[in-house]
Design a protein around this ligand. Sequence first.
Ligand SMILES: *Cc1c(COP(=O)(O)O)cnc(C)c1O
Length: 287
Amino acid sequence: MRVSEVLKAITKNTILIYASAPSYPHGTIDPIEELARIALRYSFCLHVDACLGGFVLPFARHLKSISIPNFDFQIEGVTTISVDTHKYGCAQKGSSVLLYHSNILRQYQYTSVTDWSGGLYISPSQPGSRSGGLIAQTWAALLYNGYNGYQSAAHKILLASKYFREQISNIPGLELLGADVTMVVAWAAKNPKLNIYMINDILSSMGWELSVLHAPPALHLCITSANIGSLPSLIADLRASVADSFEHQNNSSSGMAPIYGLGNALPDRNLVGEMLKEIQDILLHNS
Ligand SMILES: *Cc1c(COP(=O)(O)O)cnc(C)c1O
């Protein structure tokens, strides 16, 4: 995120700006101190999306080898923070947390209907009926892991991320995207003879499932307690697939690479949107 672009986008109708800690694609932490100064200057809200990072980054404060900048309410000007319990909180999907800096702000999410024939109606947010089971399960996940559990997992994840970044930066032809050490590591092909989507196809044939990014074309891995042990063998296979890809650079791949390449290169984004609708139709009809 470029702060200068944020400044350009502000109009008299702006009520909120937001930042990621970290972003899903590249694991980068936005310049939140700087954005907070802007939010204070214009008196609007600053939302920090810590959906992915909320259960990892706060625990890095005790790590000496990795420094994570402040991103939370310690910075004056941050008004809301989202934290996904369903990610590194290890709870079920469907649960998440939105933290407010003040109760006055929180009142804006309430629904209160006073003139309905069904009576007075309230809901703490926009949705109506929700499962209490999810809330109980989320509470159980918090108690089960506890502060120490989350802290020890976060330390292992961030140290593994540091290791993984170092390993990737040592593979000729690849480059890391983003400079922050967080749970996401993203990399692209630096050498124009390399097709990162073809590398992904080779990795897929070896049984790896990575996330495919575009604009720019890249791959990423979200490091979790479950995959830390596999990182050395992923690095070995990544090295092998880069070498393989260098050798067969002109062969068109029979895997997903042409599809990802097309999705990335088509200038008509409406057409890409239509294709994505078709895919969802197919998925639902088959289930
Ligand atoms: C997961 C995530 C979200 C929210 O996604 P949901 O699937 O709706 O929980 C928002 N921001 C980031 C950075 C995320 O990783």
